[in-house]
Design a protein around this ligand. Structure first.
Ligand SMILES: Nc1ncnc2c1ncn2[C@@H]1O[C@H](COP(=O)(O)OP(=O)(O)OP(=O)(O)O)[C@@H](O)[C@H]1O
Ligand SMILES: [Mg+2]
Length: 251
């Protein structure tokens, strides 16, 4: 990478008591990349995202975003710089309609100056994600697929430069997943760097040109999707022969 990376992690670690959930991970991400972050249950994927987006403080290491040291910075500050994430377990404000959930995200990230502007940004994001019809509904009154899109709308209204998507396809059917993939591609096409945390090989293969594999908290592999999918270390530790074949078949 000749230009300075958008996000750089240096020797990032997180301990929970005796458990090294993330162990000495160094990685760089460039502008407009779509990267898959994969690994078994408990490999440390969500913890890594939490460290980078300010939801957990690292035990050691450094995070640099757009040239600034943001290690340990709170989520609202990172959101204002354009570093956003969705949650594996979606967490909307249950008492607010969808539009205001998205508007709140825009205000939190400083992407709108007042509530009227935030609601306009919210309507635009809901429209873009094909869920304008849920604007006045409470999050409990929408389907899982719509709730996942609502999460994406919140990120989009916050004007991201970089977006971590933590299993946004989990629980969706094949047609719903295809719809989400199109949206992710269209967001990336605007230059937003996207990291998708995924267990679904169809998604990984369909979206990502680069894969990062975590295993027991440590970086196991990082490279072009094809090469990583064939890496014997990755096949042994995570994909298995069946997973590798699925990744191959999903081309
Ligand atoms: N707040 C916490 N306190 C203690 N241990 C934690 C905490 N959060 C995560 N862990 C542990 O850290 C390890 C990594 O968890 P993490 O949630 O990051 O994995 P993951 O790769 O996202 O897994 P999954 O694919 O199941 O979502 C696991 O052993 C988990 O039990
Ligand atoms: Mg997780």
């Amino acid at each position: 990478m000749s230009e300075a990376p958008l996000l750089r992690l240096e020797n990032l670690s997180k301990r929970f008591g005796g458990l090294k959930a993330v162990s000495d991970v160094s990685l760089s991400f460039g502008e407009g990349e779509i990267v898959g972050l994969i690994g078994s249950n408990g490999a440390g994927k969500t913890t890594l995202v939490n460290l980078v987006t300010g939801h957990l403080k690292p035990t050691a290491g450094r995070v640099t975003f757009a040239g600034r040291d943001v290690t340990g910075a709170p989520p609202y500050r990172l959101a204002r710089l354009g570093l956003l994430r969705t949650f594996q377990v979606v967490q909307p404000f249950a008492q607010l309609p969808a539009r205001d959930n998205v508007a709140a995200a825009a205000l939190f990230a400083g992407a709108a100056g007042d509530m009227a502007a935030a609601r306009r940004a919210a309507d635009a994001a809901l429209e873009r994600l094909g869920i304008a019809h849920v604007a006045d509904r409470l999050p409990t009154q929408v389907t899982l697929a719509e709730r996942k899109r609502l999460e994406l709308a919140k990120s989009l209204a916050a004007k991201p430069k970089m977006l971590f998507l933590d299993e946004v396809n989990a629980g969706l059917n094949s047609a719903e997943i295809d719809g989400v993939l199109d949206m992710i591609r269209s967001i990336a096409a605007e230059g937003v760097t996207i990291v998708v945390i995924e267990h679904l090989m169809k998604v990984v293969r369909g979206l990502c040109t680069r894969l990062v594999v975590l295993h027991q908290g440590a970086l196991l592999a990082d490279g072009p999707t094809d090469a990583v999918a064939r890496d014997p270390k990755v096949v042994d530790a995570y994909l298995g022969k069946r997973g590798a074949a699925m990744l191959e078949a999903a081309r």
